[in-house]
Design a binder for this molecule. Structure first.
Ligand code: HEC
Length: 159
């Protein structure tokens, strides 16, 4: 069983894989918001970009580091972006401010803000509850580098 799961993981999208390997049952709408948020952060792909080394390690990152942002840059015509440290970002926001941010933000690629905005209010509140329960941790991600300027660290390059 196990080797089969790992082999199919290598071929499949990493985000889908980390969901498939989750051992705990999917928390329902009515369960504890913190647990629901933990589940959403995992299956909605937030960790893939906002947690260091998450996708390359097939999700084997200590939960203490979840959502602490990443130093891997995403370079394209928009410049170079870095996935925000959400543990620090949300520590400074009330739940109302978080909902306002999601409804109004339009970050640069590759942040799939359109997916986040499609989430139900209950799910957004659950992500907030989980992230706040984990608490502030880590360093801020590197600052955005505008088009035409060279980023210093490692980057994923889009044509
Ligand atoms: C493909 C990579 C990727 C995925 C997946 C992703 N993000 Fe992001 N996210 C980014 C990047 C890069 C930025 C910074 C964009 C910028 O600088 O304009 C960002 C920015 C954000 C911001 C804006 C922060 C601010 O201060 O305005 C929020 C909030 C956020 N992400 C939440 C999430 C959540 C929640 C998920 C999961 C549902 C998620 N992201 C999934 C890459 C990603």
């Amino acid at each position: 069983m196990k080797p089969h799961v790992q082999a199919s993981c290598a071929a499949a999208l990493l985000a889908a894989c980390s969901a498939g390997l989750a051992a705990d049952p999917a928390p329902t709408e009515s369960s504890d918001p913190v647990q629901r948020g933990r589940y959403l952060v995992r299956i909605a792909g937030c960790n893939d970009c906002h947690t260091p080394n998450y996708a390359p390690s097939l999700g084997q990152v200590d939960e203490k580091l979840w959502l602490t942002g990443d130093r891997l840059g995403w370079s394209g015509p928009w410049g170079t972006t870095y996935a925000t440290n959400l543990r620090l970002r949300l520590a400074g926001l009330s739940e109302e401010q978080w909902l306002h941010l999601v409804r109004n933000m339009q970050p640069r690629p590759p942040m799939p803000w359109f997916n986040l905005r499609s989430m139900s209010e209950a799910d957004l509140k659950a992500i907030y509850a989980y992230t706040r329960a984990m608490g502030a941790a880590g360093e801020p991600a590197p600052a955005f580098v505008p088009p035409g300027s060279a980023p210093t660290g490692p980057v994923v390059r889009f044509p």
